[in-house]
Design a protein around this ligand. Structure first.
Ligand code: ZN
Length: 448
């Protein structure tokens, strides 16, 4: 396939924009790129896809999400509203995840994947919980991912909050899925990845942490967990172990260059040094942090010392353009300094850092994953954007924050497969998925 007449944003370092550019896609990867006229002459036989002057950009990556939360949209909980983060977990998420049946898990994922394709998010890193249906739950999500055609890294959140048996089942589900996924990746199937999921320090015993760390070591797999999202996590860790959360996790052997620490809102300077030294990847989720009123992560510091902080949505919409804009604004508001987190840093988090995080779970995608370059996976989006002011590689980040949005995505392509063309979904039946989801959600709400 030859994608012609695009303004190709390569997202390399340094970034380039090839105006009137074309990309040749072969075997799911970018085989060549250059000026459209030259490429059309060089590859006369290739099937054409006309970008018609749109921006062609690498697809977005969401580095932390929860597909299972999709049916919470509009759900009434009754009773007194939650007054703090632990109450939000108890009154909302831990009631919801216990009420999920396998079909709910599958359709929650499909709902999120429709949203992802529509907004140009082509790779997602999910963190799943369905405490009454643990065994096989990751297969329900994997099936949805395969139907959609995106890439996703899945894991099950191990927790001690529902007793020993559920914790053991969570561990077994991770091990099973990691082995299955690794075998598939070795055969060349790079749609699915796997991490070892853990909920958070505040619901994990020393014994469970030790067991998981040992299994992770044996399998050579990193972890995906919530870290110091709220002050409650620090209070609990100090009470339990006399250590702060990051110190406790480091001692247990959970941190490392393949581990995602989501949030890190309440980490001190020593903890950020430990995250840096261990190579742990941090994922920021601005909308979720604001919604839960847990505080604001010190991105300025973490980025300054060199932690590759990425961006997730923690279950909010898969419109990563909104997530970027909110992160940009929230950091300024919270710091009282308009110099905090300039647009180029947000864009670096969303593309460069998120690609680095993605590669930890999809090593086969190669070093150019997240860029439009020869040899890179053909994960790309066409964006309707006719700029009212001059646009170049240097000022692109400000156009992204102030002018672009996920609603402007015209086409979404993953591994060379077109998932959406002119806003028409080609792999998923949106109307059928939403109708079935409403029916399932209605039943789920009665159970909750
Ligand atoms: Zn989360």
């Amino acid at each position: 396939m030859l994608i012609t007449n695009g303004n190709v944003v390569t997202m390399e370092t340094p970034n380039r924009i090839l105006s009137g550019g074309a990309l040749l896609v072969e075997g799911g990867r970018i085989a060549d790129l250059g000026p459209s006229a030259e490429m059309e002459a060089a590859y006369p036989e290739a099937q054409r896809l006309d970008a018609a002057g749109r921006l062609v950009m690498p697809g977005l990556i969401c580095a932390h999400t929860h597909f299972y939360g999709a049916f919470a949209r509009g759900m009434a909980l009754g009773g007194e509203p939650a007054t703090n983060f632990p109450e939000i977990l108890e009154k909302l998420w831990w009631r919801l995840d216990k009420a999920l049946w396998p079909d709910d898990v599958h359709y929650s994922a499909l709902v999120c994947l429709v949203d992802a394709i529509r907004h140009g998010t082509t790779t997602l890193i999910d963190h799943h919980a369905s405490q009454k249906h643990i065994a096989g739950s990751l297969d329900q999500i994997a099936h949805a991912v395969e139907q959609a055609g995106v890439r996703a890294c899945l894991c099950y959140e191990v927790t001690d909050r529902d007793g020993e048996q559920a914790a053991r089942a969570g561990i077994t589900e991770n091990v099973r899925f990691i082995r299955r996924t690794r075998a598939r990746q070795l055969e060349g199937d790079l749609r699915l990845g796997a991490a070892f999921g853990l909920h958070a320090s505040l619901t994990l015993s020393e014994a469970t942490l030790e067991t998981c760390a040992e299994l992770g070591r044996q399998m050579g797999t990193g972890f995906h967990l919530h870290v110091a999202e709220d002050k409650a996590d620090q209070r609990d860790s100090l009470r339990r172990s006399g250590l702060r959360v990051v110190e406790r996790l480091a001692k247990a052997g959970i941190l490392g260059p393949q581990t995602i620490a989501a949030h890190c809102v309440h980490v001190d300077r020593i903890e950020t040094e430990i995250l840096l030294d261990s190579g742990t990847m941090v994922v920021h989720n601005a909308r979720s942090n604001m919604n839960n009123a847990v505080g604001t992560a010190d991105l300025r510091w973490m980025l300054k010392i060199g932690i590759p902080v990425g961006l997730g949505n923690d279950g909010f919409s898969n419109n990563m353009f909104t997530e970027m804009a909110v992160a940009y604004l929230a950091q300024k508001q919270a710091s009282g300094d308009p110099r905090t987190l300039p647009a180029d840093q947000v864009v670096q988090m969303a593309w460069d850092h998120n690609a680095r995080i993605g590669r930890a779970f999809f090593p086969g995608l190669g070093p150019q994953f997240g860029q439009l370059a020869k040899g890179a996976p053909a994960d790309l989006i066409l964006v309707d954007y006719d700029p009212p002011t001059p646009l170049d590689a240097g000022n692109l980040p400000w156009h992204i924050i102030f002018g672009m949005d996920g609603s402007r995505i015209d086409s979404t392509i993953v591994g060379g497969q077109v998932l959406m063309r002119h806003r028409q979904l080609l792999t998923l039946d949106e109307a059928e998925i939403m109708a079935k989801a409403r029916e399932l959600a209605d039943n789920l709400w009665r159970r909750v």
